[in-house]
Design a protein around this ligand. Structure first.
Ligand SMILES: *[C@@H]1O[C@H](CO)[C@@H](O)[C@H](O)[C@H]1NC(C)=O
Ligand SMILES: *[C@@H]1O[C@H](CO)[C@@H](O)[C@H](O)[C@H]1NC(C)=O
Ligand SMILES: *[C@@H]1O[C@H](CO)[C@@H](O)[C@H](O)[C@H]1NC(C)=O
Ligand SMILES: *[C@@H]1O[C@H](CO)[C@@H](O)[C@H](O)[C@H]1NC(C)=O
Length: 362
């Protein structure tokens, strides 16, 4: 799989090395390579024509859907995205990533299962069986809408009743062992059914207080590294060993390891802990780039660059704003050209993304 992907990318790499002499071509090819790294979003039921144009130009890696995008026509819209992508010069036989948050219970963007919240799954008489069913149900629902990647399950280990993660029943349990067992069962069942799984929010939002929402404001989680290792990161070990497709990082700051950067902008978390200590070789994806937690880290393009510099593979432009995705793509292209982003690090990420997309069942 990796070998075929490298073959596909060979022309792009060639252009990178010829950057000085073939500036115009190189810039265009760079834009296309960068496009694989950015997931776009749009407002309302009718996608803007401009989004279809960008897809045809190969500048879009995938699309995230929200409630406001969902009606009974959505699977036709998604089919049109894929048809547009097939006209792109870089189309290589595998689809755009089409994703949403279908966790279960109250957190479902699409009508359909999983009916139970993660909490109900964890509290059931047979948590493993219930989590398997939840993973299968999520896959069935996503496939009905022609989607191929779910931003679930949540592996956060909640601490207090009604805290940030528990208030909507998004955490399987306050016990790492139960979260591990359920997370693993959900991931395995969903991936077996042909839908990519994403474990979130690394290294864990389980200790976040009720009103600590990274979508709105900066959040600091003051756990010791030992607490993080022995509670929050336990479910990731098992999921990674089982071949988990994607990990979504959180935007909280964990001063025990990095007191400056939120996890998804932190080399220490992304490269040190996730890739280094935990040995994750799959694809990393950010949480929403427009999140309030990042307000001191510049505009969308700057945040995207900081995340890519930290080693994040996919950047989530989920502000229902096509320009946001474009701004991130343009920022990364400029950074690759001016040497502010390592081409080697970035190409490894491209390889991982395309390798994963190649596995998607049609
Ligand atoms: C369904 O979506 C397609 C693709 O965007 C669009 O062309 C068509 O007009 C939509 N139909 C309805 C009934 O909304
Ligand atoms: C988990 O929550 C239950 C109550 O729902 C409590 O009895 C138990 O002590 C908690 N466990 C931990 C590890 O906090
Ligand atoms: C859309 O994204 C662009 C680029 O980041 C930004 O300048 C603009 O303010 C955003 N628009 C909205 C409505 O958020
Ligand atoms: C490189 O990126 C950093 C942020 O990571 C920024 O401060 C700096 O201005 C950038 N340099 C160039 C030449 O764009």
């Amino acid at each position: 799989m990796r070998i075929a992907t490298s073959t596909l990318l060979a022309p792009l790499f060639l252009c990178l090395t010829l950057a000085d002499t073939t500036q115009a071509t190189s810039s265009n090819d760079l834009t296309v390579e960068v496009g694989h790294h950015v997931i776009f979003s749009y407002p309302g039921l009718e996608p803007p024509t401009h989004l279809f144009d960008l897809i045809k130009q190969g500048k879009v890696g995938g699309i995230i859907l929200f409630g406001e995008n969902v009606d009974s026509n959505l699977s036709n819209v998604i089919e049109n995205f894929q048809n547009a992508y097939q006209q792109s010069p870089t189309y290589a036989g595998f689809p755009l990533l089409i994703t949403t948050d279908q966790e279960g219970g109250q957190i479902r963007r699409l009508p359909g299962g999983p009916e139970q919240s993660a909490k109900q799954v964890g509290q059931s008489t047979d948590p493993k069986g219930a989590a398997t069913k939840a993973g299968q149900d999520a896959a069935v629902t996503l496939k009905e809408y022609k989607m191929n990647a779910n931003l679930a399950p949540v592996l956060d280990v909640y601490r207090e009743a009604d805290d940030f993660t528990d208030q909507y029943g998004r955490s399987f349990s306050n016990s790492s062992a139960v979260v591990s067992e359920c997370g693993l069962a959900f991931i395995t069942a969903q991936q077996k059914a042909g839908v990519l799984a994403t474990a979130k929010h690394f290294p864990g939002l389980g200790a976040a207080l009720k009103d600590s929402n990274t979508d709105e404001e900066p959040v600091t989680i003051d756990l010791t590294l030992r607490q993080l290792h022995t509670v929050d990161l336990v479910p990731y070990k098992d999921a990674i060993a089982a071949g988990l497709d994607m990990v979504m990082t959180s935007w909280a700051i964990y001063p025990a390891l990095d007191d400056k950067y939120p996890s998804g902008l932190s080399k220490k978390w992304v490269q040190g802990e996730l890739r280094g200590r935990l040995g994750f070789e799959g694809v990393t994806i950010t949480d929403a780039i427009e999140a309030g937690a990042l307000k001191s880290f510049g505009d969308d393009a700057t945040r995207g660059l900081l995340a890519a510099q930290a080693g994040m593979d996919i950047l989530l432009a989920s502000g229902r704003n096509v320009s946001q995705g474009e701004a991130i793509v343009n920022g990364l292209v400029a950074a690759l050209q001016n040497g502010n982003l390592s081409k080697d690090l970035f190409s490894e990420a491209t390889d991982r993304i395309l390798g994963m997309r190649k596995r998607i069942q049609g």
